[in-house]
Design a protein around this ligand. Structure first.
Ligand code: NAD
Length: 372
């Protein structure tokens, strides 16, 4: 096994999140020391060891207070052995997708974190629930409403807790957006505008309907959709309209949208104007009310946001890992036997909104009622 380069990669990832880099030996020492000193951390099993799990969730779980990796599900036995060594769990706790059901017998695994491509979320959430494990599922919850309903029902039937990996609920700037919506300091928000986009340069599963369920709306637009629902104090829109933009690279985006712009009409009078694309860069949100506004720049980045309100710039202590906060919060939900505020129902709600947006785009921008 080629351990040193991968451990170095883990160290690089720590630097990526703004933490002091440490040497490979130091990481090994830290892993060993922490695992022994805090045996009561809840055990997490990551399903899908791709970019997000390895580059972002690994350094985040190291920063968490209540969480540790005690197992993985992967298609690569080499990755499984590497993770087992790095986190000091037995190699028998590295499962394949075919043997995932066996986590039911693993007492060290409390929580399963599903980090596979979108279209696989449903079957992996159901497998985790059937194994009696609490589940966090990455966004989007699934790729369609019926799958989300099935996954939610499986978690309820198994009496396990479920949360969606909406990390912006653990971002202090979005905390402020939600506080302003709740306390109405500037009055009710009337307009929320923004979006999330990046330029996709090569074909990956995110641009394939079969695995992604859609294009940038499923992957990135869902972030603004979340912000807009925060501005409406959690109440979903009553109706949407949407228009798909022209495809500048139809070879990359054969069966998904490349760009989509949409509006959201809320019962309160709030209007949302969102945009998402794989051919431009956009990363911001602004919500306006009669007596003030909030604006978040680089709104959806993992860290390094800036932003302010009509009263002045906002400053929060840094660095804060959204993902460490997210995992710790879910661990506390499990310990204290309470439901996550970032619920499976919220994941289902968002898929209903997304399906309405796609339905409107398919009908050239016709107003479509959201049945959320
Ligand atoms: P990735 O392609 O880097 O990793 C996906 C992993 O799933 C890989 O290890 C791959 O081997 C595995 N896999 C299992 N079965 C597969 C199959 N049939 N086809 C392809 N891959 C398969 O993707 P990622 O960026 O890690 O994204 C994974 C999930 O995490 C997605 O749902 C994505 O939306 C979500 N994500 C969330 C955030 C966030 O900020 N919350 C950020 C990035 C990704």
């Amino acid at each position: 096994m080629n351990q040193p380069p991968s451990i170095t990669a883990l160290v690089t990832r720590r630097r990526f999140l703004g933490h002091a880099a440490a040497g490979a030996a130091a990481l090994t020492f830290a892993v060993r020391g922490r695992a022994q000193a805090q045996p009561k951390k809840l055990g997490w099993c990551f399903v899908g060891l791709g970019d997000y799990a390895t580059k972002v969730l690994v350094p985040s779980i190291e920063m968490s207070e209540h969480c540790w990796v005690t197992g993985v599900v992967t298609g690569s036995p080499d990755k499984g052995r590497l993770w087992a060594k790095a986190f000091r769990f037995p190699e028998t706790s590295a499962y394949s997708y075919d043997t995932m059901a066996r986590i039911a017998d693993n007492k060290d695994i409390d929580i399963v974190y599903v980090v596979t491509p979108n279209a696989l979320h449903c079957e992996h959430v159901i497998a985790a629930a059937k194994a009696g494990k609490h589940v966090v599922c990455e966004k989007p919850f699934t790729t369609n409403v019926p799958d989300a309903e099935r996954a939610l029902a499986a978690c309820k039937a198994a009496k396990v807790k479920l949360s969606i990996g909406y990390r912006m609920h653990f971002d202090p700037y979005h905390d402020e957006l939600r506080r302003l919506a709740r306390e109405r300091e500037f009055g009710d928000f009337t307009l929320v505008k923004g979006g999330f986009s990046f330029v996709m340069r090569q074909k990956v599963w995110r641009a394939e309907r079969k695995l992604a369920g859609g294009g940038p709306l499923m992957d990135l637009g869902i972030y603004f959709l979340q912000s807009a629902c925060m501005a409406s104090n959690g109440v979903p829109p009553v109706a949407v309209t949407a228009k798909e933009g022209p495809k500048t690279r139809p070879d990359l985006f054969a069966d998904v949208e490349e760009t989509i712009d949409w509006t959201m009409e809320f019962a309160s009078g709030l209007r949302g104007e969102g945009s998402t694309s794989y051919q431009k860069n956009l990363n911001q949100v602004r919500a306006e009310a009669p007596r003030g506004y909030i604006e978040i720049r680089t709104a959806y980045s993992y860290n390094g946001q800036t932003g302010g309100t009509s009263k002045g710039e906002l400053h929060f202590p840094t660095p804060i890992s959204q993902q460490a906060r997210q995992m710790d919060d879910f661990a506390r939900c499990v310990r204290e036997d309470r439901e996550s505020p970032v619920s499976g129902e919220m994941g289902l709600r968002d898929l209903k909104i997304i399906e309405a947006i796609y339905a409107s785009a398919a009908q050239d921008g016709k107003r479509v009622v959201v049945k959320a």
